[in-house]
Write a protein that binds this ligand. Structure first.
Ligand SMILES: C[S@@+](CC[C@H](N)C(=O)[O-])C[C@H]1O[C@@H](n2cnc3c(N)ncnc32)[C@H](O)[C@@H]1O
Length: 295
């Protein structure tokens, strides 16, 4: 196996084909790497590069993020087995992997996404029958502009989920979507159930960071510091803002503290924990801010 990888790599490197043929190298590398995973079964299904979406491309970064959210899910579940977990904006299934060990035989994970190709991929890639994926045919200006229905309730029973998760999804919602879907989170959670949702929270720590931001890579992340400046109102909303260098607001939307208050008031959820993200140029838990809500 190793000699095959070396042979392929040399051929590609010397012919300067490494970039277009990265998929061939990766195919061998992933086979080799996955046969060396010993302490977990969670990351065995990390997909090929083409399907690693959601702003995270590297195989190692997927493993890193799956692990962070597996820990958060574990710590925020009351019972550790047979849970029902609803994942909004599941993409190509990153959080399905973080969730799989806590749903077991009697529970299930359900991922919803507006992009049908993501759901089709998940339904063929993940073989565990307790991981389910469904297309949610509504509009999002960034991901599904061709879908006409503006927004609608999720087709799931009220009070039926132990947990709702959404990684990098409320960061693509305008004010109306953010409010509407957080009310949905409240509706579908069991009493005492938790929601783990990431945001760009525009609080004092963020506003302080504006004074020190430079046109270079972040202190704790590898994107440019200055691309995360939320300086334009999204569709005239006072509290939902996006970086003015982006064409479509839903590409990245941040929420002021007043906006968070509105979300709490309109949904009736409690904010019970908060992990600031390193996008604010501080040493956070993850890149985006993670907010934990409770019903
Ligand atoms: C940045 S990606 C994150 C994907 C995944 N959670 C991850 O971290 O790999 C955002 C996802 O949200 C989905 N999305 C956008 N609006 C949505 C909506 N209203 N309902 C469900 N999914 C939505 C997009 O199709 C996209 O897959």
């Amino acid at each position: 196996m190793l000699s095959e990888i070396k042979k392929n790599f040399k051929r590609l490197f010397f012919k300067k084909e490494i970039s277009p043929n990265i998929d061939i190298v990766e195919e061998h590398y992933l086979k080799y790497d996955k046969s060396n995973i010993y302490r977990t079964n969670t990351i065995q299904n990390i997909p090929r590069r083409k399907y690693r979406i959601g702003g995270k491309k590297s195989y190692a970064e997927w493993a890193h993020v799956i692990g962070i959210f597996q820990s958060l899910i574990y710590l925020n579940l009351t019972k550790k087995e047979n849970n029902k977990i609803l994942d909004i904006g599941c993409g190509t299934g990153l959080l399905a992997m973080s969730s799989q060990n806590y749903v077991n035989d009697k529970g299930y994970y359900l991922g919803l996404d507006v992009v049908k190709e993501n759901i089709d991929f998940c339904n063929t890639h993940y073989r565990n029958p307790n991981l389910k994926f469904m297309h949610f045919a509504v509009n999002n200006a960034m991901y599904s502009a061709q879908q006409q229905v503006k927004r609608k309730k999720w087709n799931v029973e009220s009070g039926s989920f132990d947990m709702v998760t959404a990684l990098s999804v409320w960061t693509h919602f305008n004010e109306e979507d953010a409010i509407f879907y957080l009310k949905e989170v409240e509706r579908v959670l069991k009493n005492g159930g938790k929601a783990i949702i990431t945001f760009f929270r525009l609080d004092d720590v963020y506003y302080d960071s504006l004074k020190i931001r430079k046109d270079e890579k972040g202190k704790f992340h590898n994107t440019k510091q200055n691309i995360w400046i939320f300086d334009k109102n999204a569709y005239n909303s006072e509290n939902w803002l996006y970086p003015s260098h982006l064409k479509v607001p839903e590409n990245a939307i941040g929420i002021t503290e007043k906006g968070i208050e509105i979300l709490l008031k309109t949904s009736g959820l409690k904010l019970v924990n908060y992990y600031a993200g390193n996008w604010k140029e501080i040493s956070g838990l993850y890149f985006q801010d993670v907010l934990i809500f409770e019903k």
